[in-house]
Design a binder for this molecule. Structure first.
Ligand code: ZN
Length: 568
């Protein structure tokens, strides 16, 4: 999908002029409303810290932090409070999530439903507007409630500027790149000791798109963000405000393959790390944290009352003196999930395709937990086998594993798809590769001439020779059905796809979008059915996974040993 439209935001002086006009009205609003947060001595009753610095790293996934060299963030987590299971909002696009982060609300409230959003061109109006014609962000709200605050925003992606009330800012800069952005932040901290500073770094997102997520280059980009965070923290030490400052490190979204914008956990899970004055040390936040809780937490830290229209809640349990809230439901974040080898890579979940060789199931987990696993796709419980040593797999298997702690804590479920294939049995998928400009939906394949045709073992695109944008592929294969009954097919694709059985469309996932799953059900007889998958990439990231599920077949990547080049 197309990930973002970069628009040049002119940094003219006119926002400074509107700013002084706004101040006139803001001062009145302040007189009417803000006195309640100040006690008779003039000191803030609830302010937790003098300075709050939020560093948002575009596209930095929790997985990226876990796999990159990040000594600074590791220390912030060890000496602060954090969760690596905070959740962004849908769609997992930058504009939508940055807006939610700074405005304490979801797209349903702020109306920024895609990267195509512009102030003068959008579908959903914001439910309320603040000091500008957008849903009120922390910047506009802070300016109204506490006009005396020094507020800055420095952003590597100029598109960030259109999402916020720039008229509320004392310092408003668009950095040339991540290093220039960091330097602007360091200089501003040293010169002005801001009360509220937002720093946006863009480079990890670029590397994710260019080189793929879960790749060494992506991990280098996360490591670079870590070192920049270290430099910004050092600037507060040099200026003498470190002990009065709260730092929040988070991200708009993660990524999958070369993209984001879809509906996968890899894209929607984000880190939320908070550290500094009045913040608990070594505290894993066990309750849920959402993208829109960030602004609410900043408001809480600065003693600012959040607008009623915000839906975010301050992450109070991160602050000294505030308990973890009573939980409802089972949080799956108490202990880390086990890791099934081979680890997921850029394009495949854990497991993989094993041709003419058995697979070995190896599970890694923390020392103090018991790992239970299943091989039939059922959810593991304490009655499932305990993993103690590598297990030899001789047939295609859907492996699920879960860690159980001594205090009944449970991890999330780790899944792996092992596909075993013996050569010489006529297995395979044939496909045709096409290129055509201007595609926003699947093309009419009959009107196009394929560039080339070939065969492969699975319905996948990662190992296909292709150009990055405006290509389409049509796969054809015969799927062996051993048990008659209802079968559900799923296609996760970025961009569009359709799946046909015996010429009838079963799954329609067409259009330009991120990695989104769509499904459909069909009754099938025993024997081989003709399976076709059509796929196209408009531009940007690309992804294709095909799964199926039957009455006694767990949902799994359609295994290569059930796909044949001929009908019989
Ligand atoms: Zn992106």
């Amino acid at each position: 999908m197309i990930v973002r439209t970069i628009k040049n935001q002119s940094k003219s002086m006119d926002h400074l002029i509107t700013k002084s006009t706004n101040y006139f009205y803001l001062a009145i609003i302040f007189l009417l409303s803000a006195a309640c947060s100040v006690n008779p001595n003039g000191t803030d009753l609830n302010r937790q810290a003098e300075h709050v610095i939020i560093i948002g790293v575009d596209g930095m996934s929790p997985n990226g932090i876990l796999n990159a060299e990040t000594p600074v963030m590791d220390q912030l987590m060890a000496e602060g409070s954090y969760t690596l299971n905070a959740r962004g909002v849908l769609p997992t696009s930058s504009s939508t999530n940055w807006s939610s982060m700074v405005s304490g609300a979801g797209p349903e409230q702020h109306g920024i439903t895609s990267n195509g959003w512009e102030r003068d061109d959008h579908i959903l109006p914001p439910v309320i507007t603040g000091t500008e014609d957008i849903f009120p962000t922390i910047f506009g709200v802070a300016r109204v409630e506490k006009p005396e605050l020094k507020i800055g925003a420095i952003y590597d992606w100029d598109g960030f500027g259109r999402l916020i009330e720039r008229s509320a800012l004392d310092y408003d800069r668009n950095g040339e790149d991540e290093d220039a952005t960091a330097q602007l932040a360091i200089d501003y901290i040293k010169s002005d000791k801001p009360d509220l500073l937002f720093v946006h770094l863009d480079h990890a997102d670029h590397v994710g798109h260019h080189d793929g997520h879960k790749t060494p280059k992506y991990h280098e980009a996360v490591a670079k963000a870590d070192s920049i965070i270290g430099k910004i923290i050092q600037a507060t030490k040099d200026t003498g405000i470190y002990s009065e400052t709260i730092f929040i490190i988070s991200a708009d979204h993660g990524g999958i393959g070369y993209g984001h914008g879809g509906e996968t956990l890899d894209e929607i899970e984000i880190p939320f790390i908070i550290h500094g004055k009045n913040i608990k040390k070594g505290n894993l936040i066990k309750h849920q944290v959402y993208q829109y809780d960030n602004a609410a937490t900043v408001a809480f830290a600065l003693g600012i009352e959040q607008p009623y229209a915000w839906i975010g809640k301050p992450v109070k349990s991160a602050f000294v003196g505030f308990p973890e809230p009573a939980s409802f439901g089972d949080a799956k974040v108490a202990i880390a999930a086990p890791i099934i080898l081979p680890k997921p890579n850029l394009y495949e979940p854990s497991g993989g395709l094993f041709i003419d060789k058995p697979a070995e199931l190896i599970i890694e987990a923390n020392k103090d937990v018991e790992v239970h696993y299943t091989l039939d796709g059922s959810l593991p419980d304490k009655n499932s086998p305990i993993y103690t040593q590598p297990v030899r797999l001789t047939t295609s298997s859907v492996v699920m594993a879960k860690s159980f702690g001594a205090q009944n804590e449970e991890s999330a479920v780790a899944k792996a798809y092992f596909r075993l294939l013996k050569s010489g049995n006529g297995n395979g998928v044939s496909y045709k590769y096409y290129e055509s400009p201007g595609m926003k939906f699947l093309p009419v394949f009959e009107t196009l001439k394929p560039i080339y045709s070939s065969t492969k073992n699975q319905i996948r695109i990662d190992d296909i020779n292709k150009r990055p944008d405006q290509f389409a592929i049509k796969y054809s294969t015969y799927l062996q059905i051993d048990t008659p009954g209802a079968y559900k097919f799923y296609v996760t694709s970025d961009d569009g796809s359709k799946l046909y059985i015996n010429g009838d469309m079963v799954v329609d996932n067409d259009g330009g979008h991120g990695a989104i799953e769509r499904s459909g059900t069909v009754e099938l007889e025993k024997g081989r059915v003709f399976l076709e998958v059509e796929y196209f990439n408009e531009s940007g990231g690309w992804w294709l996974d095909t799964y199926y599920k039957g009455s006694n077949i767990p949902k799994q990547i359609i295994p290569a040993d059930k796909l044949f080049l001929r009908p019989n």
